[in-house]
Design a protein around this ligand. Structure first.
Ligand SMILES: *Cc1c(COP(=O)(O)O)cnc(C)c1O
Length: 385
């Protein structure tokens, strides 16, 4: 695995605003929404994405992903929708990975037909699955790896290479990995997206999104972004900078907890399957070692038919059943009822999302406490007959 030695320092210092007057050690917060004209320079304005705090944090995010430029949005979906629409027009076609985030899927299915933008979903995650759908109007490929909720991987370097050969762009939702565990730009992917509501925020109290790419691509994203107006408030930009200072520490702890939890569940007699790229029996384990810096804090598992899935969630005492993920507190959801509830039963089964599947998001609690909670909830949820 590639070690990125300076990531902890980037998290703490990159982009920070210097307080030259009072010498405070954290970036000052500039709440001003009006800035005096400064010669011929473009004026600063929140919706132009160029206030001091926005530019400072964007610099940190670009550095974290190894990109030239970044923009911060009010939600992951604001980042995703703006990035997609900035690269597309009527008549264009995009290939989407089949098991992408539910909100992205809903966005495409509702908005694209009205705009005359065509799309296809892949059948699987191989390079051939993507390549076979490219035709003369295809402009780009959209990926999400590791995927939700089964943690399947796409070979990013191979797909990026194939896309370059076809002259189409590649975009990836890198939310599940976080910039600590995976840097797709280095593997040849063109545009990286994040729901910063997840690992970047990390405390389940910020809604934000990020796009990172080259300067040239980001110029086209910002041209659209200024029209759609999805900028994040200054206050939240500042809070997100504060959160990212501990990103590497948090994610390393979450990786470790997820690996230990996966190993524990893998041995558990009432768990029939565990999906975690860090396990040697995961079909993409070798690929994960190659293209990721860490295996991530997310995993999913399937409970034995003797265990009632909903009762299991109700019996958890410390781990919270919650829709969101990646916070310092561990959470679980039943994808069939939450993240993938808007899909049809057929779509869910196509993606391998059954009734007994639980998605687990590792927090930073003590591993013994997490295992104890899971174990007691499984014991209390066994069907009597
Ligand atoms: C949460 C999430 C999103 C959407 O982000 P919001 O901040 O809720 O808009 C997109 N992709 C993935 C993988 C997510 O987990």
């Amino acid at each position: 695995m590639k070690a990125k030695s300076d990531i902890k320092t980037i998290c703490v210092h990159e982009g920070e605003l210097k307080d030259r007057r009072y010498k405070g050690v954290v970036s000052p917060l500039y709440l001003s929404s009006a800035y005096a004209f400064d010669g011929v320079d473009e004026k600063r304005y929140p919706r132009y994405f160029n206030t001091p705090n926005q530019e400072a944090l964007a610099q940190k995010l670009a550095a974290l992903e190894g990109g030239e430029s970044a923009l911060i949005f009010g939600s992951g979906m604001a980042a995703i929708s703006t990035a997609l629409l900035s690269q597309l027009k009527q008549g264009d076609h995009v290939v989407f990975q089949n098991d992408i985030y539910g909100g992205t899927r809903n966005f495409i299915k509702r908005e694209f037909p009205r705009l005359g933008i065509e799309y296809s979903f892949t059948e699987g995650l191989t390079v051939e699955n993507f390549a076979s759908l490219i035709h003369s109007h295809t402009k780009g490929l959209y990926l999400e790896s590791p995927s939700n909720p089964l943690l399947k991987l796409v070979d990013l370097e191979s797909v990026a290479q194939m896309a370059q050969n076809h002259g189409v762009w590649t975009m990836i939702d890198n939310t599940f990995a976080s910039p600590v565990n995976q840097n797709p730009l280095a593997l040849g992917i063109d545009i990286v997206l994040h729901s910063a509501t997840k690992y970047l925020g990390g405390h389940s109290d910020i809604s934000a999104g990020v796009v990172v790419s080259s300067k040239a691509v980001m110029q086209s994203v910002i041209n659209s972004a200024r029209n759609y107006g999805g900028n994040l408030s200054e206050m939240m930009v500042w809070l997100l900078e504060r959160s990212i200072k501990t990103l590497a520490l948090r994610v390393h702890a979450q990786n470790e907890n997820a690996l230990q939890m996966a190993q524990f569940l893998d041995q558990h007699p009432l768990v029939t399957a565990v999906h975690y790229p860090g396990l040697k029996n995961h079909p993409d384990h070798i690929l994960a070692q190659k293209q990721m810096n860490g295996f991530g804090g997310m995993l999913s598992f399937e409970l034995h038919s003797e265990v009632d899935t909903l009762r299991f969630c109700e019996h958890l005492e410390m781990i919270k059943p919650a829709m969101s993920l990646a916070g310092v507190e561990s959470t679980v959801i039943v994808p069939r009822l939450a993240s993938h509830a808007l899909l049809t039963e057929e779509e869910r089964l196509e993606q391998g999302i059954g009734a007994s599947l639980i998605r687990f998001s590792s927090g930073i609690e003590a591993q013994e406490d997490l295992q104890q909670d899971i174990n007691q909830a499984i014991c209390k949820s066994k069907n009597e007959n």
